[in-house]
Write a protein that binds this ligand. Structure first.
Ligand SMILES: NC(=O)c1ccc[n+]([C@@H]2O[C@H](COP(=O)([O-])OP(=O)(O)OC[C@H]3O[C@@H](n4cnc5c(N)ncnc54)[C@H](O)[C@@H]3O)[C@@H](O)[C@H]2O)c1
Length: 440
């Protein structure tokens, strides 16, 4: 497709699709339209950790230019401005503390969202509505309701939305899934998926403190309930508090369970039973379970999730991974690569071993490249938002089941749990005013 056809195909204006501009101005920015040099002009919202890893990788591609950065914390905003300047050799991008200004910036073609989970939904929806493509971190959102709405927005506004599940672009994951689906290890009855993270230590209870200088804490909380500032709920540690995230279950679960579904060719489960709690650190500050085991029951196999903070020795002595147990052999898959260990019955191996096949280790680089190429082709990306929504919902099922201490049954057609008001409440986003979920 030449540049002119591409622009005709992908460009639209706010008026053209009947939108009311959200934060002022009218929107015309899509890739190439505002970029005579044909550069993809990106902005990053949420700069500290993974957001920066993403942007740093985007900047490895010569067609990318960073035109804006946004963070509620001056320290990280300024630090990343310096990092971008150093890496690109160009003057610092525009700096914002309010992400709505990024949406208003017509120079921005694509937005990278690296904020905590409770802050993925609104920036994505409004970026889509403004005609920008989005690379959003995983898990897609902190509630099931938000996940569904985000998919709706991406589709309605015809945007490319790539979720940061970069295993989707690391070839050995798909290679092992294809191998499984070809039936090579025989009928599979159990898939074990685990994250044993000795690097997740206890989180001591510390007193609330004044908000640090340069931090817009109200904007960090956003739609989450108002509460005093506490360093151990803030950067990075937000993961362990329900208002902002879902603990190890959704943090690591979405990366790995995605490939349990892929390897089995399975849809979203209907029946989930999960048990977990603060077994390791009963008195520390974390709210989410440090130990949890979930069973997703299908008609003729189970997927089992198992996580533990603070210890290692997961199955096969690997910190994280999947094991597909077939009649003839077990396929073990991790970020490092995959192998098949034959079942030996008596003295006879039921199949040939597949020696360890090392992965390329370029998942993030490839994933960003895939997003950039989809911005041009308008094809669905490798980690399309629907893939991200499916596995985020799956991990929320386990958290909801463990919080309610009972099985939950999901009906995808009605987007609700069957006969379970409490579970349905936990599936919903309860936003603090003035933030509201848009009606699409
Ligand atoms: N794909 C991966 O491999 C991977 C790895 C780590 C983290 N993540 C995901 O990335 C996300 C961020 O995690 P992290 O570890 O980088 O967190 P972090 O706390 O280190 O960084 C989050 C940044 O977002 C900023 N922020 C918060 N609210 C904001 C707002 N309203 N506007 C602008 N900036 C805001 C914070 O100030 C901070 O700089 C999470 O969803 C996490 O699950 C993904």
């Amino acid at each position: 497709m030449n540049r002119r056809n591409f622009l005709q195909k992908s460009a639209f204006t706010a008026a053209g699709i009947g939108l009311t501009p959200l934060f002022g101005g009218s929107y015309q920015s899509v890739f190439g339209q505002t970029a005579p040099s044909n550069k993809v002009k990106v902005a990053l919202i949420g700069c500290r950790s993974m957001g920066w890893s993403n942007l740093n990788t985007f900047l490895d591609y010569p067609e990318v230019e960073c035109v804006a950065l946004c963070d509620i914390d001056d320290e990280w905003l300024n630090k990343r401005a310096g990092d971008v300047e150093k890496k690109s050799g160009k003057k610092a991008p525009k700096l914002y503390k309010d992400w709505r200004k990024v949406i208003d910036n017509k120079d921005v073609d694509a937005v990278i969202i690296g904020t905590p989970d409770h802050w993925h939904c609104l920036p994505l929806i409004y970026a889509c509505q403004a005609g920008k493509d989005v690379y959003v971190e995983k898990p897609l959102a902190n509630t099931i309701e938000e996940c569904d709405l985000m998919v709706k927005a991406a589709r309605k506004y015809n945007r490319i939305a790539q979720v940061g599940q970069w295993q989707r672009s690391d070839p050995h994951w798909d290679e092992s899934a294809s191998y499984l689906r070809a039936g090579n290890i025989g009928r599979i009855r159990t898939v074990k998926v685990w994250a044993y993270q000795d690097g997740k230590p206890t989180l001591p209870v510390i007193a609330d403190e004044p908000v640090p200088a340069g931090v817009d804490y109200d904007m960090w909380l956003g739609p989450a309930p108002k509460r005093p500032f506490n360093m151990y709920r803030f950067h990075y540690n937000f993961r362990f508090f329900w208002d902002y995230a879902g603990g190890l279950m959704s943090d690591w679960g979405v990366h790995l369970l995605d490939y349990a579904l892929e390897g089995m060719g399975a849809p979203l489960p209907t029946h989930t039973f999960s048990g977990g709690g603060k077994f390791a650190y009963p008195n520390d500050a974390m709210e989410t379970p440090d130990t949890l085991m979930a069973t997703y029951a299908y008609d003729d196999f189970n997927i089992i999730w198992d996580h533990a903070c603070g210890i290692n020795h997961g199955p096969f002595d690997k910190k994280e991974g999947l094991a597909f147990y077939g009649e003839n052999g077990t396929l073990v898959l991790t970020r490092a690569g995959w192998e098949v260990i034959p079942v030996v019955a008596g003295k006879e191996a039921r199949m040939e071993a597949v020696p360890f096949k090392k992965g390329e280790g370029k998942g993030l680089y490839n994933h960003v490249g895939n997003f950039l190429s989809c911005i041009k082709s308008r094809n669905l990306p490798a980690g399309d938002i629907e893939i991200g929504a499916r596995v985020a919902k799956m991990s929320h099922f386990a958290n909801i089941s463990s919080r309610l201490k009972r099985e939950v049954r999901w009906n995808e057609a009605t987007r609700s749990f069957i006969n379970d008001n409490e579970a349905n409440q936990l599936a919903k986003a309860h936003y603090r005013a003035p933030w509201t979920l848009p009606v699409l």
